[in-house]
Design a binder for this molecule. Structure first.
Ligand code: ZN
Length: 134
């Protein structure tokens, strides 16, 4: 994990994601968004992709550690080129791990949330997150 924020305010989480994504214009920034019954948490994780300009890969151990402590709400990453539309790869990954993908585009400054057909998550916390990322 590179850095993290804990906060009750989902807007603080949104700002953390936007700022973290904007800190890296040469590679995709990625991390987790979770909930622990009273507050949100977001982390920035190391992007292990061999081509981090176009893809992101997070070490599975980081995923397991986060999921042990928090309700996983989403995995986020930035798009440094193009817009916030999920790539075919993003959709496949989200469907495969049954976790929503939050994508932030540095160009359009907009979010897209891709929700897989199957996911088990804290519905209320996720709904507030969705609202904040509109
Ligand atoms: Zn993507």
């Amino acid at each position: 994990m590179v850095k993290e924020i804990n906060n009750q305010s989902v807007n603080k989480i949104r700002d953390f994601i936007i700022n973290s994504c904007n800190e890296q214009v040469m590679q995709e920034v990625c991390g987790f968004i979770g909930w622990d019954s009273s507050k949100y948490i977001a982390t920035v994780e190391k992007n292990d992709a061999s081509d981090p300009k176009s893809f992101f890969v997070i070490n599975p151990a980081s995923y397991l550690m986060f999921a042990e402590d928090y309700d996983m709400l989403a995995i986020f990453h930035s798009h440094i080129v193009g817009d916030e539309t999920p790539s075919e790869f993003d959709i496949k990954m989200s469907e495969a791990c049954c976790i929503p993908f939050v994508i932030y585009s540095l160009n359009t400054k907009k979010f897209h949330i891709y929700e897989p057909s199957n996911s088990e998550l804290n519905v209320k916390a996720f709904a507030r997150l969705k609202e904040a990322l509109k």
